[in-house]
Design a protein around this ligand. Sequence first.
Ligand code: ADP
Length: 266
Amino acid sequence: YQLVATPVRPERGRVEGVVLLALDVTEQKQAEALRREFTANVSHELKTPLTSISGYAEMIENGIAKQVDVVPFAARIHSEATRMIQLVEDLLELSKLDEREELPNNRSVSLLEVANRVAVRLGELADRRGITIEVTGSDKTVQGDPTLLEELAANLCENGIKYNREGGRVTIALSGDDAAPCLQVSDTGVGIPKEHQARVFERFYRVDKSRSKETGGTGLGLSIAKHIAQLHRAALSLTSEVGRGTTITVQFPTEQKQCPGEDGES
Ligand code: ADP
């Protein structure tokens, strides 16, 4: 609490009392703490690849280049720089979404078109990892921003590919009816342990840091997805089983119905 004291003094008279005001600043403090944590996370995430880049560049500068093959050093510098670019892009995307209260472009969107575009866009990444992407269900129409909806579905699908196994599958399923459309992205991957499930939508939260590094994740994909869902008044929920796979459901606003197999818990 923050205390504010104001003396009670009738005109030019002496002080007769004090009004004490106790202001609940919990929310303000929490927001400040979150901002501080976010800044610390961003600094750390940017410092790690920069330290690496600087180290490799220094080795080349110091003449190691004459003794050993520097191509692997250049490759590391390149991959760390790519990682930083991805991170900065995700941060910019998040800050743009943070400022938005309304959809920049709101119209009827075909979920089938969104799903097909994502399947094509991520086809190459899936191929490289021996993963099949399939789109199932009939078309549904929702109100929203086509670019943001594609971003949302792509983020979920990309995770389905990254946290999968060789020969696995990612399914983008359209279900429900036009009054209660759903988009579900399921994978046959590693799954998310129960104790982490509620936290994966937080910024920078990762279940397995070393795996994320090797898969190239920034830890921001699901928070971007959550933001986009919120802007569409859609609910995101997750079911997952370790070793079997994960399903993330985007339930678009509806009066009564829900997706098959979803109990609305996350
Ligand atoms: P990242 O860029 O690390 O993938 P996300 O915000 O997209 O960040 O996801 C946060 C974390 O949640 C990931 O690091 C991963 O541990 C876990 N995760 C997300 N999607 C899946 C999935 N489909 N299967 C298993 N784990 C997942």
